[in-house]
Design a protein around this ligand. Structure first.
Ligand code: BEZ
Length: 582
């Protein structure tokens, strides 16, 4: 098929500001349905032409769709000022309205794209703009407090915040120079900031990144709102799902920092979406991927999930065509309505179709924590068992913000943390005396864990606030301790993200650490392990243990905390695993 390509088309934003777009469309006489992507990373990004991070544009056009990539306001050739989040709803609605007036558009529009390009879809959908019929957010936020800026337990996602604002500041410098503005010497400043990101994570106070703040003032706004207040709920399309009446193809990765958003979007829209189509039409695909394109092969340094795990082989482009055929062209048989969920089950390394998420036959099962001599390090005697322990015990450790536990894989961006994202071997951190390890005996039969994982801990601390982290780990027979999912709770948010409450030092408190979600079959000969500690840095900022405003504190203000995990009949600390037994 001949493809017609128009570049640098100017599409008016909500206030008439010209926003640049590229159009690919089939050379056919009749108008086509249109797929729109709105990106702050440049409409000319050639990644959109291959399918290792998103659906392949050429294949979509071959399937009869016109595809439009637009640069967000204030980025690349689009005029105006880029202020993350704020204009995306209105500019998205304006773009959809404009597209519907073009002679080559048949009046029906879908949206697609990855990450921030997914968030722009949720914003447009929440306006209820006429003509928008379906969206396909990939590895994307729908509630920016949960990801990428903070996290479900209230700790700041330092890695993603500082990496992204620094890279976007660099883009802003380049944009000014191409427009004949700015000082070429600032390129040197920008490069220096990018190359010294690991040092920037460690520098305090966190709000003191003057150059990044000058280029990306959103950094200061985000740091000024550590609790989930009105600032965040107003920016969260998913806070009011009733306003969203379109089906969504939600695609995510087990090691993607946006996984909580992807799963929450599917579930929330299914329960509370604004139309019967939106509720019934949600779909979910989760692969063994981390966020960045190069982490979507399914192959990681310490774990290879096999060739079928790669994003390119996950039928993502075909899945988009089928989904949009269903909702933009009314082809009722294009998708399997009985199996809206497709997940990659790690361990057995197979794709599986499911009826819903969480899986309807999930049996949540408690695995109790206990130890005798001590659970410190993987060499300790911390035990994870279905049978509850008969005697009381506790494990005490020193959490010192001056020597936080370094992030090792997991849902990091993996651009500047000095660690690859994904299922890395945790043995280097499991040898630290501030990391507690609770492990089952070797399994004699497979155990499938698919769903949301949480750990309920009875804790005490010498501090008025501190963090508790947890990691679920698959210990392989060769000793590799492969990370599956992880989470953190900032204790002040143990009851509410909106209303922080200090701890009473020395008092035992029950709290829940959300460890995210996974799908993994622990094979015979493997062991299930839970790690508990109080930091995971720089994936998250470190808690100063003072109860103060962490972004304003210097390293010298931070104090160590003596933290303890209690276990036994009176303090049943336990890992809650979603077991699937078929
Ligand atoms: C992204 O669009 O990939 C992204 C956005 C914010 C933080 C991290 C990543």
């Amino acid at each position: 098929m001949r493809i017609l390509i128009d570049t640098d088309i100017l599409v008016p934003g909500h206030d008439g500001t010209p926003l640049a777009a590229n159009v690919w469309r089939p050379d056919v006489p009749e108008p086509a349905p249109v797929l729109l992507a709105r990106s702050p990373y440049g409409k000319d990004d050639l990644n959109v032409l291959v399918d290792d991070i998103s659906a392949n544009v050429h294949a979509l056009v071959e399937a009869g769709y016109a595809v439009v990539y637009q640069s967000c306001r204030g980025t690349f050739r689009s005029e105006g000022t880029f202020t993350p989040h704020v204009d995306e709803a209105a500019d998205g609605a304006a773009a959809v309205a404009w597209l519907r007036e073009q002679p080559w558009c048949n009046g029906t529009v879908g949206m697609l794209g990855t990450s921030y390009v997914g968030l722009t879809q949720w914003y447009a959908a929440a306006t209820g703009v006429e003509g928008l019929a379906a969206i396909a957010p990939l590895t994307a936020p729908a509630d920016p407090y949960l990801a990428p800026w903070y996290s479900p337990g209230g700790a700041l996602s330092l890695d993603s915040l500082l990496t992204w604002t620094t890279l976007m500041s660099t883009n802003a410098v380049m944009r000014d120079l191409t427009l004949g503005k700015g000082d070429p010497a600032e390129i040197g400043t920008a490069v220096a900031h990018v190359t010294t990101l690991p040092e920037a994570f460690a520098s305090t106070p966190l709000h003191d990144h003057a150059w990044v703040r000058s280029r990306m003032p959103a950094l200061a706004d985000i740091l000024a709102h550590p609790t989930r207040d009105r600032f965040w709920t107003d920016l969260a399309p998913l806070a009011t799902p009733e306003r969203i009446s379109v089906p969504a193809l939600n695609v995510g990765g087990w090691y993607d920092l946006f996984l909580p958003s992807t799963l929450q979007a599917y579930r929330t829209m299914r329960e509370r979406g604004g139309s019967a189509e939106a509720r019934a039409g949600q779909r979910l695909v989760i692969g063994p991927w981390a966020h960045m394109g190069e982490h979507r092969s399914g192959t990681f340094p310490d774990r290879d999930h096999g060739p079928m795990a790669a994003f390119q082989f996950a039928e993502i482009t075909e899945g988009h065509v089928a989904f949009f055929d269903r909702w933009l062209r009314g082809r009722a048989d294009a998708v399997d309505d009985d199996h809206p969920v497709r997940i990659f089950v790690m361990g057995i390394d197979e794709w599986r179709d499911e009826a819903d998420w969480p899986l309807p036959d999930t049996r949540y099962t408690d695995y109790h924590l206990s130890s005798t001599a001590g659970a410190h390090t993987a060499a300790g005697d911390g035990l994870l068992s279905v049978a509850p322990p008969a005697v009381e015990g506790h494990d005490t450790y020193l959490y010192d913000p001056h020597r936080p536990v370094p992030s090792l894989g997991g849902p990091v961006l993996g651009l500047a943390t000095g660690t690859h994202a994904g299922p890395l071997d945790q043995r280097p951190v499991e040898s630290r005396d501030d990391v507690l390890c609770f492990t089952t005996p070797e399994l004699t039969a497979p155990v499938e864990v698919t769903g949301h994982v949480a750990v309920k801990l009875f804790v005490s601390s010498s501090a008025v606030d501190t963090d508790f982290t947890g990691k679920l780990v698959d210990v392989h027979p060769d000793g590799r301790a492969v990370l599956l999912c992880e989470g953190i709770l900032r204790a002040r948010y143990r009851r509410s993200l909106a209303e922080p409450e200090p701890l009473t030092p020395g008092e035992v408190t029950e709290l829940t650490v959300d460890l995210g979600a996974t799908s993994n079959v622990f094979l015979p000969g493997h062991r299930i392990r839970l790690e508990v500690s109080s930091s995971n840095f720089p994936r998250y900022d470190r808690n100063s243990n003072t109860g103060g405003v962490i972004a304003e504190e210097r390293l010298a203000d931070m104090v160590p905390a003596v933290n303890a995990v209690h276990h036994g009949p009176a303090h049943p600390s336990r890992l809650v695993l979603p077991l699937i037994e078929r």
